[in-house]
Write a protein that binds this ligand. Structure first.
Ligand SMILES: [Zn+2]
Length: 59
């Protein structure tokens, strides 16, 4: 049985942390909410962003 808990699909752009909801859209920003369990987070994108900001700070 799968969970009904969904997570804001845009939380990495819009929020500081994952926003969980039981509805199909994020209650805070209105983006689509997707099932939190099966979809793995995209590893490349956020890490690239993170590394880029680290590099900027190191300079
Ligand atoms: Zn959201």
């Amino acid at each position: 049985m799968k969970s009904d808990i969904r997570v804001c699909s845009a939380w990495q752009d819009v929020h500081d942390r994952p926003v969980y909801t039981l509805s199909s859209t994020c209650p805070e920003c209105g983006a689509d909410a997707e099932n939190s369990a099966p979809a793995p987070l995209d590893p490349a994108d956020p890490h690239g962003e993170y590394r880029r900001s680290l590099k900027r700070r190191n300079r």
